[in-house]
Design a protein around this ligand. Structure first.
Ligand code: NAD
Length: 357
């Protein structure tokens, strides 16, 4: 069946890297992948065209699509706009409008790039962890919150950590389902020794485990998880956690790979429709020069096929092609060793298309 993809390249390097991911998807069409790809402006580029970083037509397209392939938004020329007109509002708006509550961030070390990590290669090699972060609840959104002056005349700030059972269950299910697509091990991260919210989190995740008897579930406190990611990252397959803990742990894990240009991400809703984007930003410092690494975006397209289109076979084919080009020694500047030959954005796209076979 034909699936519709909203292609939103955005700003900075967005158009260059998304173009390569689109080429890779198109190259799979003769092998049976049926896609309708429709492009629309988003971010600063959309603001320049329409006065709105998330124009109505772009939002309608995103709503009607099975998945969104997103580049990146932002740039210095829009930094002085009022907050509601800034490019970043486009992402926040899409998250809200499409109820994207599950953020999936794989942190994978490719053997050829292990030296780029800040950890010793023998610790980090083989690391392949998927961090699933709840995106719409927790202390970032709980009410009440605010600033006040207490009885002693001192200023206080307060926030509310809050999760409803249904919010925990739906993100836990994404965790278990993702583990089923990988090595069937799920580690739930909380702070149940201190926080009531976390105790409920742990109880609901444990209840949900009954629906997934093939998945091995473990629990870990967040402070220990932060240490274990540095001590032995290979022990993890899938981690599921709340918004704040996930915010911190997913950045920690991605930095361990040392290659910001290699890391994809997905944000999914309850229907498993989602927004797929590289974790890096719009890199205005290198935009328009054909030097950006398109692999994070190409790998985001692979995630799109796996999680929103249920096309695991095609997803694996793209991932194998990316591994293949790295094995051949092909590198963009950001992942090249000193003295190693460097190719451009388009040439990297060519290489992945060729490696698809
Ligand atoms: P950035 O991720 O854009 O860039 C950080 C550094 O990494 C830069 O030196 C850049 O050249 C390099 N880099 C990033 N992606 C690369 C790639 N694919 N290949 C090679 N090098 C790459 O972060 P920043 O500089 O802090 O932010 C730039 C803009 O991006 C800002 O406007 C910010 O708001 C925006 N941003 C957008 C998103 C998003 O769209 N989701 C995420 C983060 C930042």
């Amino acid at each position: 069946m034909m699936k519709k993809i909203a292609v939103l390249p955005g700003d900075g390097i967005g158009p260059e890297i998304v173009a390569q991911a689109v080429r890779v998807l198109r190259a799979l069409e003769p092998h049976g992948l049926k896609l309708e790809m429709v492009e629309a402006p988003v971010g600063g580029t959309a603001y320049d065209l329409t006065g709105d970083p998330l124009p109505r037509a772009t939002l309608d397209l995103a709503r009607s699509a099975d998945a969104i392939l997103f580049g990146s938004v932002g740039g210095w020329q829009w930094d002085t706009l009022p907050r509601d007109k800034r490019p970043e509002q486009a992402i926040l708006g899409l998250r809200k409008e499409l109820a994207l509550f599950a953020n999936l961030r794989p942190a994978t070390i490719y053997p050829e790039l292990a030296a780029a990590s800040t950890l010793r290669p023998e610790v980090v090699s083989g690391m392949d962890v998927l961090i699933i972060r709840e995106l719409t609840g927790d202390i970032y959104f709980g009410q009440p919150r605010g600033l006040r002056t207490n009885a002693a005349g001192e200023r206080e700030g307060f926030d509310t950590m809050l999760y409803a059972e249904s919010e925990i269950r739906r993100i836990a299910r994404v965790g278990f389902e993702s583990a089923m697509k990988r090595n069937r091990r799920l580690c739930s991260v909380d702070k149940a020794n201190v926080l009531e919210t976390s105790q409920l989190w742990r109880d609901v995740v444990t209840e949900t485990a009954r629906e997934f008897p093939q998945v091995e579930l473990s629990h870990m406190y967040v402070d220990n998880a932060a240490m274990q990611l540095l001590r032995n990252p290979r022990q993890f397959d899938v981690i599921v956690t709340g918004n704040m803990f996930g915010d911190i742990l997913s950045d920690e894990a991605s930095m361990l790979t040392g290659s910001i240009g290699m890391l994809p991400s997905a944000s999914l809703n309850a229907d498993r429709r989602g927004l797929y984007e590289p974790i890096h930003g719009s890199a205005p410092d290198i935009a328009g020069r054909n030097i950006a690494n398109p692999l994070a975006t190409i790998l985001s397209a692979a995630m799109l096929l796996r999680y929103s289109l249920d096309q695991d076979g095609f997803a694996r084919r793209i991932e194998a092609a990316v591994s293949g080009v790295l094995q051949k020694g092909l590198r963009t500047g950001d992942i090249a060793d000193k003295g190693q030959a460097v190719i451009g954005t388009r040439e990297m796209g060519d290489a992945v298309v060729a490696a698809l076979g």
